[in-house]
Design a protein around this ligand. Structure first.
Ligand code: UGA
Length: 425
């Protein structure tokens, strides 16, 4: 078993560290945030992530994981160094590598001889070289090992991945990183670093393309009178298409897809290739936010400023408390802009959020719905399906539900005289 330093304790770093510890490695997780580290030492997880608290607690009590402040305090003791720092979108669409470069420059001098630095952050093609330059350690190999962790199912995705991708120009370093996953049952693919980095971007961009395609098909279904749920079911039986990632919605978001699609388009630009398809994928998504908001505004009828909208869901998807690039926020900003009063409920968001200064947040879905003219569902939290719909009918002033996730049971609502406006049906 190896000693692994993990630099950065966001959802990728923390999941990576906790899961490597679960696999039997000795892990030291580092972050610059002292308060976060103090809480992690107590087993307190700062994010909503299914199963992560249990894996961290087990690793802590088995003495397999430690939390320290400062990257060098972790790296000087380890053989492998996973860089899991943020790579936000810069103002020009390119990934901002500031944190990655700083982390590499910081740990470089104190790395034990012949250790391996692993890029887990999503980084532009060619970043393995950038990290190597900032480490300034010719004896240390830099390997790309992109993550394919979905928020909400990150632990499951780490321990039961579809594949592990390792990008290295050094065969021995690749084999050493592959050995870290010896207890994981998944194909391990070794390639050159540039291909590994491209696999990560291409995977996210393909999934985003699939979703924009489905949302465009949903719009077409509305025009021709087809039901998108049946259309995607019929498509999904074709194993070449696959059943996953075919659910239409109010648009897609999160901390990864929007920035990665934009970054890939920029990478193509940098090589004088106009990746017009990706720009259209982003355009369709913007249009989907607007279409969903317009359905709500239309349902309010004349004088929206005298009306009230109840919104269920604020996070970018269910199972997380992450609000970054949330389609729900995009839609509600537009709905608020019409002048309507908006009251929201989300099981993971306890109070008002700065992105929606005019939106009140309640702690109960029925309280949020009180006197509402229209209810809009924006995140696919399963608990929304089990709300008491008799009480919902009593609470609301109007009888319109805009179901932005096609989540609620239509016949249940129709029996209570609701009009249901879905996506693509
Ligand atoms: C995504 C990828 O799925 C992961 O493989 C990747 O590792 C991760 O980004 C990353 O780069 O770190 P995540 O951002 O957690 O994971 O979210 P997804 O589950 O992919 O969902 C993204 C968006 O698409 C959400 O807004 C979600 O609601 C939407 N979506 C997803 C749909 O509208 N319909 C679907 O059928 C699936």
């Amino acid at each position: 078993m190896a000693t692994i330093a993990v630099i950065g304790t966001g959802y990728v770093g923390l999941t990576t560290g906790a899961c490597f510890a679960h696999l039997g490695h000795d892990v030291i997780c580092a972050d610059i945030d002292e308060e976060k580290i103090a809480r992690l030492k107590e087993g307190q997880i700062p994010i909503v992530e299914d199963g992560l608290d249990r894996v961290v607690a087990e690793a802590l009590s088995a003495g397999k994981i430690r939390f320290v402040v400062g990257a060098t305090n972790a790296s000087e003791h380890a053989e492998f160094h996973y860089l899991c720092v943020p790579t936000p979108q810069g103002s020009d669409g390119r990934a901002d590598l500031r944190f990655l470069e700083a982390a590499a420059a910081e740990i470089g001098p104190s790395l034990p001889a012949n250790s391996v630095v692993v890029n887990k952050s999503t980084v532009p093609v060619g970043s393995t070289e950038v990290v190597a330059k900032h480490l300034d350690r010719p004896d240390v190999r830099v390997v790309s090992n992109p993550e394919f962790l979905r928020e909400g199912t990150a632990v499951q995705d780490f321990l039961h991945p579809d594949r592990v991708v390792i990008g290295s120009s050094d065969q021995e370093a690749a084999i050493r990183v592959a050995a870290l996953y010896s207890k994981v049952r998944a194909p391990i693919m070794v390639t050159d670093p540039v291909s590994a980095e491209t696999i990560k971007y291409a995977s996210n961009a393909f999934l985003a393309t699939k979703l924009s395609f489905v949302n465009a098909i949903a719009t077409l279904c509305e025009h021709v009178g087809a039901d998108v749920n049946d259309v995607t079911l019929g498509m999904g039986y074709d194993t070449r298409i696959g059943k996953e990632f075919l659910k239409p919605g109010p648009g897609w978001g999160g901390s990864c897809f929007p920035k990665d699609v934009a970054a890939l388009a920029r990478i193509a630009d940098d090589y004088d290739y106009d990746f017009a398809l990706l720009r259209e994928v982003l355009n369709v998504n913007e249009a989907q936010f607007q279409r969903t908001a317009q359905k709500v505004i239309d349902a309010l009828g004349p004088d929206p400023s005298s009306k009230k909208v109840a919104a269920w869901g604020l996070t970018f998807k269910a199972g997380t408390d992450d609000l970054r690039e949330s389609p729900a926020i995009e839609v509600l900003q537009r709905v608020s802009g019409s002048g309507a009063q908006v009251v929201a409920f989300d099981p993971a968001i306890p109070s008002e959020i700065p992105q929606l200064p005019l939106v009140t947040v309640e702690s109960d879905p029925l309280v949020a719905a009180k006197n509402a003219d229209v209810l809009v569902v924006l995140t696919e939290w399963p608990e929304f399906k089990f709300v008491d719909f008799d009480q919902l009918a009593d609470q609301m002033r109007g009888r319109t539900v805009v179901d932005g996730r096609n989540l609620l049971d239509r016949s249940t609502l129709k029996r209570r005289n609701f009009e249901v406006i879905g996506i693509g049906r």
